[in-house]
Each structure stands twice: as structure tokens, then as C-alpha cells.
Design a protein around this ligand. Structure first.
Ligand code: LER
Ligand code: MN
Length: 277
């Protein structure tokens, strides 16, 4: 059975597909009210998150943190695995190791999205790709010791010029060859890049670790024109059984996002797993 989460940040984030919240407590209450199961947290410095406080909220609410999102480190600080600036590259790896430490304590996975980087001006694709693979190998080796899953995300061409599709991402997974490196499929990016979303999901069978759901316009599922019945069926057929995390623009409000996402996806989830034990 799929579980539902929503992507949230407590930062003054310069990323618009995330809910900006004043406190985790406040979000947990809302998320619980709408029958969600988890909260995905987007943060810049994982060392600033008070783990005792977070664990207390999780225990009280019964919620989980399926994933910690790292992209703000790229957006705000320019940290990436492919940066031509060595210091930024090394800082990106250091940051990701800190994320893995926090993820271990919270039993979460770590999103490797925008932080994996792009092809910078003056850089060849080969150079950028090699740096990305090198960085991924370092963080995977560490994550394997901690048994923390890493979620590699294909991102659309308007946000990065390196690895936009599921097929390219599957090649990355094959090259890195780590049991903790899985795919993060984001329906918003897939709608732009994949010829047929359901077919690409099926090609990614057994490799999917996490899913971001957003409609065609990056609003809550149900507010655009994606066929979530077909998408969820393909995910189930692909052997995926984890979180659908709404990484969406918060319009008109977080309550409305939770309500629409829930009312769109819950009946489909129920229908998908009808008759399953
Ligand atoms: C960026 O568009 C995105 O989808 C995030 O999950 C990347 O970190
Ligand atoms: Mn995403």
C-alpha cells in the first residue's frame, strides 16, 4: 500500500514546490488531520535540526519522515557534486554525509536531486558526469555502512542539463552499482521528459525508492491533467510500495493541497490494492 507525505521546509526557501512552515508541530497536526503518513523535510544544514524534538513530534503524531531533501544546498549555496569549484564539490559531499547521519537517526532516505549538479559553462558533459559518479560513489560507500537509502532524481531540462530522464538515471545506477542507490521518480519532471510516464515507470521496476507526486502544473494531484490512476497502477506493477510525497506549489493553501492530494489519490490507492493482502 502506498503512503502519503508532503514536502515541507522550515527555511526561507527559494524553491516554490514545498510547503513553508513555522514549526514541525504545526505541520504534523495538519498532516495528521488529512490522514497523511509522513512529512518530507527540506533543509539546508542537517546539523541544525533538533533530532530529539523531531523524534518527539514523530512519536506523538505517529508520522514518519520518508526522506530528507537536499536541493536547497544547490539553490542557496551552489553546492553540487559536479561543481567546477573543488571546495564546493567537497562541501557538497560533506553535506550529504551529514544528511546520511541524520537520515540514519530518523530512519529516512536522502534525496539526491538538484545537489547532484549540472554541466557548468566551460565544462564538458564527460567531465561533469565523471565528477557526479565519483561523488555518488563516495556517498554511497558511506550510506551502505549506515544502511540509508539514497534517492537519485531525474530532473527536467529547465532545471538541469545533466540527467533528465529515467533511462539516463538507470544508467547512472548501473554505473555506481550500490544497493542503497535507488530512483526518485517525480511525476512533474516525468511529464516533461518521459515519452510515456507509465512505460518509464515499468522500465524502472524494482529500482524505485521514492516518488514525488505533483500534477502537470506542479500543483497538488487533481489540480492538473496527469492520469494518476495510470501512474499508480504502473507504480504498483513496478513493485513499488513506498511513499507518494507531494512536492507541489502550495496554492491556495497547505490545507487545500492536503485535502486535494488526499481526495485524488486515496481512492486510487484503495482501488489499486483492492484484493491485495
Ligand atoms: C527539484 O525540482 C526537485 O524536484 C527536487 O526534488 C530536487 O531536489
Ligand atoms: Mn522532486
Amino acid at each position: 500500500m502506498f503512503k502519503l507525505a508532503v514536502a515541507v521546509t522550515l527555511e526561507e526557501a527559494r524553491f516554490n514546490a514545498v510547503a513553508k512552515a513555522k514549526s514541525l508541530e504545526e505541520v504534523a497536526t495538519l498532516v495528521n488531520r488529512y490522514g497523511f503518513d509522513g512529512i518530507e523535510i527540506s533543509i539546508i544544514d542537517p546539523k541544525t535540526l533538533d533530532t530529539t524534538y523531531v523524534k518527539k513530534i514523530l512519536a506523538e503524531s505517529g508520522l514518519e519522515i520518508p526522506a530528507l531533501s537536499t536541493g536547497l544546498n544547490y539553490i542557496h549555496l551552489g553546492l553540487s557534486l559536479t561543481s567546477s569549484n573543488r571546495e564546493k564539490r567537497e562541501l557538497a559531499v560533506k553535506r550529504l554525509l551529514e544528511f546520511i547521519d541524520l537520515a540514519e537517526r530518523l530512519e529516512a532516505g536522502v534525496v539526491i536531486g538538484l545537489i547532484r549538479g549540472c554541466i557548468e559553462e566551460g565544462q564538458s558533459r564527460e567531465e561533469a558526469y565523471k565528477l557526479m559518479i565519483k561523488g555518488l560513489r563516495k556517498i554511497c560507500a558511506y550510506s551502505e555502512q549506515k544502511d540509508v537509502q539514497l534517492f537519485f532524481e531525474p530532473i527536467n531540462r529547465y532545471e538541469t542539463n545533466l540527467i533528465n530522464t529515467v533511462e539516463e538515471s538507470l544508467n547512472v545506477l548501473e554505473e555506481v552499482e550500490s544497493p542503497v542507490l535507488k530512483l526518485l521518480l517525480d511525476t512533474f519532471h516525468m511529464n516533461i521528459e518521459e515519452p510515456k510516464i507509465e512505460e518509464s515507470i515499468r522500465k524502472a521496476s524494482r529500482k524505485i525508492g521514492h516518488v514525488h507526486v505533483a500534477d502537470s502544473n506542479r500543483l497538488a494531484p487533481g489540480m492538473g491533467h496527469l492520469d494518476f490512476h495510470a501512474i499508480l497502477t504502473a507504480l504498483k506493477d513496478a513493485g513499488y510500495n513506498g511513499y507518494l510525497s507531494a512536492e507541489v506549489m502550495i496554492k491556495p493553501s497547505l490545507e487545500k493541497v492536503l485535502q486535494t492530494t488526499g481526495s485524488t489519490l486515496k481512492p486510487l490507492i484503495k482501488n489499486c490494492f483492492k484484493g491485495s493482502p
